[in-house]
Design a protein around this ligand. Structure first.
Ligand SMILES: [Zn+2]
Ligand SMILES: [Zn+2]
Length: 361
């Protein structure tokens, strides 16, 4: 059965019916009917489906309004003028050809939130055209280098920008393995920090702006999430997620009626991601391992099978698979296909600088 599913994923293009007229469908290969039975979803094949699936493989280009889609039309009135741009689609590897994690949430044409600050993301930030002065906050999912190492680079780079308003830095609290986000900032940029020459940015009224850190409680949960209002248009929420021994949080950004959820690195041990991301306009899931990963990797990351299940259960309107590593890249195309079968909306494989528009422009 597993082999058939893999076959179906690799060699057929399938898509949940979603308004397509399946009665006019051509013959459906056996493998596809098996997929349908496995996931309990109706699948059909039509020219428009091929158009849709070619969209799945759009890489590195500006993505504007997707092909007309019934579920998107229903959300258009509330979610508008927001997009998500990928700065880094990779993990910590040196030779994967990808930048480490980083995402910009654009609201009404301005870069308002930076999610993760992984290695190299500051270079892509400049390439995206984002202005550091426009950021309301930097959100860190956790403090692994591929998610947080560029923080000093952003701060130093900001010297050459027009930023003059304070900046919020939000990330997880610490434990015996990792410092809290506040301690991380202080260790790097405090008066006794490694980059103490930049400490004026962490001391009140000592420079053009001050960075104010907040460490999110590791007890933040679905029933009691961390919540912070960043501005009139942007609110963020976080829940603690399991990433082996590393304190980690999943972030939710709400802006202009749009909801974006970032899993960060996690194995979703507490099985909370799908509820946290329920009906989100965009769900970013980290695809760092394959289904054959060992115990240690599975304690840190979601397997592709989990990703499919989370995407389906969440009902997210768009799913972006990111944090691609050399061990997960070979299975990415098949995983994108499989998620497209179960998820109600668009599915994307992340590439540097791709920009996904939410709602109507
Ligand atoms: Zn990572
Ligand atoms: Zn990590």
């Amino acid at each position: 059965m597993k082999a058939l599913l893999l076959f179906a994923n690799r060699y057929t293009r399938v898509h949940k019916a979603n308004g397509h007229n399946c009665t006019s469908e051509l013959r459906v290969p056996l493998a596809r009917r098996v997929v349908s039975a496995l996931i309990g979803a109706t699948v059909c094949l039509s020219p428009s489906v091929f158009a849709h699936n070619s969209y799945l493989h759009t890489n590195g280009e500006q993505i504007s309004s997707p092909v007309s889609h019934s579920s998107e039309e229903s959300i258009a009135p509330t979610c508008h003028d927001v997009s998500l741009q990928v700065l880094g689609s990779g993990g910590p590897e040196l030779d994967d050809g990808r930048t480490s994690s980083g995402y910009v949430v654009w609201v009404e044409g301005k870069a308002r939130v930076l999610v993760d600050a992984g290695s190299g993301s500051s270079v892509q930030f400049g390439a995206s055209g984002a202005q550091f002065a426009d950021l309301s906050a930097i959100l860190l999912t956790h403090l692994h280098t591929d998610h947080a190492a560029d923080l000093p680079s952003y701060v130093k780079g900001s010297f050459f920008t027009s930023r003059d308003s304070d900046l919020a830095l939000l990330g997880p609290d610490g434990n015996g393995v990792m410092p809290s986000t506040s301690a991380y900032l202080n260790t790097l940029l405090g008066q006794d920090g490694a980059y103490r020459y930049l400490s004026s940015y962490t001391q009140k009224a000592q420079d053009d702006y001050t960075i104010y850190p907040t460490s999110v409680s590791l007890n933040a949960s679905l029933s009691s999430p961390f919540v912070s209002t960043l501005s009139e248009t942007v609110t963020v929420e976080a829940i603690s997620v399991h990433h082996g021994p590393i304190p980690a949080v999943a972030w939710k950004v709400k802006a202009n009626g749009c909801t974006l959820v970032f899993s960060g690195d996690t194995n979703d041990k507490s099985n909370t991601l799908s509820a946290f991301a329920a009906s989100a306009d965009l769900l970013v899931l980290n695809n760092a391992i394959d289904d054959n990963a060992g115990v240690v990797a599975r304690n840190l990351h979601m397997t592709p099978k989990q990703i499919i299940a989370i995407a389906k259960a969440s009902g997210a309107k768009r799913v972006l698979l990111s944090h691609i590593m050399k061990r997960s890249e070979p299975g990415l195309a098949a995983l994108l296909e499989a998620v497209s079968v179960v998820a109600p909306g668009r599915v994307y494989g992340a590439k540097e600088l791709m920009n996904i528009t939410l709602g109507k422009e």
